[in-house]
Design a binder for this molecule. Structure first.
Ligand code: HPA
Length: 270
């Protein structure tokens, strides 16, 4: 068996032995947005990092993969994600989303903090992701194909599911949360981009720049999951203002935008 798949099966079996239901949706919360998980009203929550077999995961810290049960939609999530810039191979970076797919989640919602590249965006905006550019990072699908998950040459013509996009647009209209829309481009990080890279991003059709998400969306689509995503625009990207980029400020804006995300999520999604 493929080694990555073997690891996934082991993790999935460990979780399945503890829960008696199938998560329907998966949620991956980006930088500064992890606290949102604490505000979710759920009946019960399992922190799967306490599960013995989960210790096979490569990251040693407190990032949680959690499973929740509530009447409307049992789900699973990751509060604080794994990034490529931390040095993990792409296959490990996408392990959580794949695992959530293997637990049964058919829909995944990805959130992130991103720099606004589009001149119409402002810090604090939420951007509904309509498509993505991944060419600046290695594909998580490079290497022997895991046939159990998907085909060798998966179609990526609709990474962000159109119906789910409409659901989010309606949620925005119902809750009075204004949503921008656009294309997310993933860079490797950890440095912020240069002004020239941001101009390149804009020329290529990018509206927001970040260091995550697109690889997860690709792995999820490979498995046939339906994907949707929202970027919190925390700052104008490099070169678009006289201000230098500072992680603390990015984090503070993400904290603030988290509240808008909570308002949006008060709508029925599933
Ligand atoms: N670039 C990349 N990632 C980011 C940014 C940015 O400007 N802001 C928040 N995450």
């Amino acid at each position: 068996m493929n080694q990555i798949y073997e690891k996934l099966v082991k993790c999935a079996d460990a979780v399945k032995s503890k829960i008696k239901f199938q998560p329907k949706v998966a949620l991956i919360l980006g930088s500064g947005l992890g606290d949102y998980a604490e505000t979710m009203q759920v009946k019960r929550r399992w922190n799967t990092l306490r599960l013995k077999d989960f210790r096979c995961l490569p990251w040693p810290d407190t990032r949680k993969i959690f499973i929740w049960l509530c009447r409307r939609c049992p789900g699973c999530g990751n509060a604080g994600r794994v990034h490529f810039y931390e040095g993990y191979p792409m296959q490990d970076v996408v392990l959580p989303v794949r695992l959530m797919g293997m637990l049964g989640a058919k829909i995944v919602m990805l959130t992130n903090a991103a720099g606004g590249v589009n001149f119409d965006f402002h810090p604090g905006d939420l951007m509904l992701i309509t498509d993505q550019i991944t060419t600046a990072v290695p594909s998580p699908l490079i290497g022997p194909n895991i046939e159990e998950l998907g085909v060798r040459f998966p179609d990526m013509s609709e990474v962000y599911n159109k119906e789910l996009q409409d659901v989010i647009r309606k949620a925005g209209a119902n809750t009075g949360v204004a949503l921008k829309e656009g294309v997310y481009m993933q860079f490797t990080g950890p440095s912020y981009e240069t002004p020239a890279e941001i101009r390149m991003c804009r020329t290529l059709g990018g509206d927001a720049a970040g260091m995550s998400t697109a690889c997860e969306a690709m792995a999820a689509r490979h498995m046939g999951m339906k994907v949707c995503g929202i970027s919190c625009i925390t700052n104008l990207a490099a070169g678009m203002s006289t201000q230098k980029l500072d992680h603390k400020e990015v984090q503070e804006t993400a904290d603030r935008v988290q509240r808008t995300l909570s308002v949006l999520s008060q709508n029925r999604f599933v």
